[in-house]
Ligand binder design. Structure first.
Ligand SMILES: Cc1cc2nc3c(=O)[nH]c(=O)nc-3n(C[C@H](O)[C@H](O)[C@H](O)COP(=O)(O)O)c2cc1C
Length: 354
């Protein structure tokens, strides 16, 4: 059943409009610098996250595995990650625990990306049920550098097979964090992480947050396509298709830990804004999935183009490094400003820093 679900997700995401809402990044503006006094050729976009260095602040979001077709997609994504010197996540490895013949669809990632930063993936609801040795198998399957634990209760609530028992996840994360040899990244999948949730996850032992904010792939929309024969699920999916904390807001909310800004990141100016808000890396999912179906070359050219777009934003703001970009003044307008003010953020600090 899980294997079928994973391939259905992949097919729906590749073929249908599954994006929804706004990231809030449209309300974030840089101030153009007419005299930047730097050479674009000297701009350095190398990034640091959990003690590792990356050639660009871009991370291939964990998406797939658990099906024969997913093996080729993961092969393309991991070849791109290896060649570009960036990190990569895999999709939930639950399918491989329940059906060992699916292991290859995940282990291919480490085979094709022997030196990349690879992130294993499992759901918060599964870690409550699994013994430590199963979690260790999940990590070994991709020789992972970190374990992402995904929080996806919106998706669980709108999918036919959903597990909506969210009790005990923090305790399970805490006990894992005390036993594992790799860091834990707590990860949302499209509804974002609040400051309160980030604090609880930090206390439970998470080492980083992948915000998985709203404004990109919407699991409520994905599941609406799958639920077409079930009027209640379809109704739920439609009602909640815009639910969640937009990515820009969630990055600021989660800065108690190192952050991967994911959710609707579609070009280099989005990456620049997310980094300026405080993210260490930016995760990209859906667009890379669609390209990976064709092979690694298109993934490589897309990420190369996004990196060039990022460098132009850095040139035009006079930022030579990502550390400079993190100190670059930002103007926040519109709904994002209103939400951040109501959440108690001091926006004058963002406007006047440097
Ligand atoms: C087809 C597909 C499958 C996904 N599967 C998983 C998963 O198994 N585990 C997980 O943590 N996130 C999963 N995600 C969520 C992504 O990691 C990411 O958080 C989300 O897609 C938002 O980024 P985007 O707007 O760039 O797509 C999946 C996303 C897609 C598109």
């Amino acid at each position: 059943m899980i294997t079928n679900r994973k391939i259905e997700h992949l097919m729906v995401c590749a073929a249908e409009d599954v994006e929804s809402g706004k990231t809030g990044l449209e309300d974030v503006r840089f101030i153009h610098n007419a005299v930047p006094e730097i050479a674009k050729s000297k701009i350095d976009v190398t990034a640091e996250f959990l003690g590792r260095r990356f050639t660009a602040p871009i991370f291939i979001a964990g998406m797939t595995g658990g099906h024969r077709e997913a093996t080729a997609v993961n092969a393309a994504l991991s070849e791109a990650a290896e060649q570009l010197g960036i990190g990569i996540g895999v999709g939930s490895q639950r399918a491989a625990i329940e059906r060992p013949e699916q292991i290859e669809s995940f282990s291919i990632v480490r085979e094709r990306a022997p030196t990349a930063f690879v992130v294993a993936n499992i759901g918060a609801t599964q870690i409550k049920e699994y013994d430590l040795d199963i979690i260790e198998r999940i990590i070994e399957m991709v020789d992972a550098d970190a374990l992402a634990i995904h929080l996806n209760f919106l998706q669980e609530a709108v999918q036919p097979e959903g597990n909506t028992n969210a009790e005990g996840c923090l305790d399970a994360i805490k006990s894992l964090s005390e036993s594992l040899r790799v860091p834990i990244i707590a990860k949302e999948t499209g509804a974002g992480i609040s400051r309160e949730a980030a604090t609880l996850l930090k206390e439970a032992g998470a080492s980083a947050i992948d915000v998985g904010g709203a404004g990109g792939t919407s699991w409520a929309k994905v599941e609406t396509y799958r639920a077409q024969k079930d009027p209640l699920l379809e109704r739920l999916g439609e009602l909640y298709s815009n639910w969640g904390i937009p990515t820009a807001i969630s990055i600021l909310e989660s800065l108690t830990l190192p952050v991967i800004g994911t959710g609707g990141i579609r070009h280099g100016l989005h990456v620049a804004k997310a980094i300026a808000l405080g993210a260490s890396l930016c995760g990209i999912g859906l667009p890379l999935l669609k390209l990976a179906i064709k092979g690694p070359e298109d993934v490589i050219s897309e990420i190369t183009a996004i990196t060039e777009e990022l460098k132009v934003a850095m040139l035009l703001t006079g930022c030579r490094t990502l550390a400079d970009l993190k100190r670059c003044p930002l103007i926040i307008t519109g709904e994002t400003k209103e939400i951040l003010q109501q959440r108690g953020f001091d926006l004058t600090e963002l406007q006047t820093r440097r």
